[in-house]
Design a protein around this ligand. Sequence first.
Ligand code: SAM
Ligand code: DTB
Ligand code: SF4
Length: 345
Amino acid sequence: MEHETGLTSETHCGCAHNSTDLAVQQGVLQQEASPRWSVAAIESLLGLPFNDLIFRAQTVHRQYHDANAVQLSTLISVKTGGCSEDCAYCPQAARYHTGVENQTILSREEVVAAATKAKESGATRFCMGAAWRGPKQRDIEYMTEIISAVKGLGMETCATLGILKPGQAAQLRQAGLDYYNHNLDTSPEFYGEIITTREYQDRLDTLEEVRGANINVCCGGIVGMGESRTARAGLIAQLANLDPYPDSVPINYLVQVEGTPLYGTPELDPLEFVRTIAAARITMPTAKVRLSAGRRQMPEAIQALCFLAGANSIFYGDKLLTTGNPDTEQDMALLEKLGLHALQP
Ligand code: SAM
Ligand code: DTB
Ligand code: SF4
């Protein structure tokens, strides 16, 4: 049976619920027992006629969000390159020759200056990334100082520092960390093709540490790495079945960097990226879904489709970590053209 929410029993989690009830109650269910999504159900969503899929995503989006608001996060790389890991997409892995210059840690003054500029440009969240497998205790001490300083500017704080050991998340939380970004990157089945130096379970363990310290979870993945549609469905299923699902879900479109093993991967049709955003929106209705890396390579019309499919967050600022992002003026013009406004926390 088809309902105006667009959720049907075939395309939902496969549990024996009435689908309209599920759509209406999803926010409540998120707090209680979240429905489990099967990979097959998400694959059916991804395979819907495009218009049906976008309509469903937009319908869910409007139930939970201001349809014309976009959350703006600015990224900074506080420690760049020279990373010990082998993530096949990453320009910062020491083992690949990508031309990224290693940079030891930035000073607190440099980070605060960048955060101040980001705030003046309209960003409300400042996300600090480091090319570590995970932080050492001295790195945590450095990060806690920086997080307090950025928090003192009145911005939301986010960090992405790799695997956290027990107790580290609590120290970051105490310093004022609002969000921790740690991506699952892809489905468990495809994961071994992309990374061998850490396990999927290591990622899930870090997410537990983060949640346990009362830090909001920011967790997503990358599409366009040569994965199948089933693998994209597998990633979304993993994210949606986290209990609770992440507060923030970055969906990255692979930025192909020369020197990385994934350079030269056949380009994924950008409409498939839009479909992935829609599936994230439908399965994680209250989350902020971030149209993340890859926007510089994306025509504005595709970005507009991503917003229509339920994306309501972007990385805003001229640079991601090591690669480019649309410049702020260009983004302001795009938001204005689409009648979108910056979401205030
Ligand atoms: N080193 C830490 C870690 O890996 O957990 C934090 C930084 S790492 C660069 C954060 C995330 O950026 C990765 O998990 C991946 O999802 C994303 N990322 C890295 N390189 C990318 C690329 N070339 N294209 C798209 N996303 C990328
Ligand atoms: C996320 O999901 N994407 C961001 C952020 N979290 C840290 C990183 C994108 C990196 C793109 C490649 C680069 O600039 O190095
Ligand atoms: Fe290192 Fe993170 Fe890049 Fe992997 S994604 S190589 S852990 S910086």
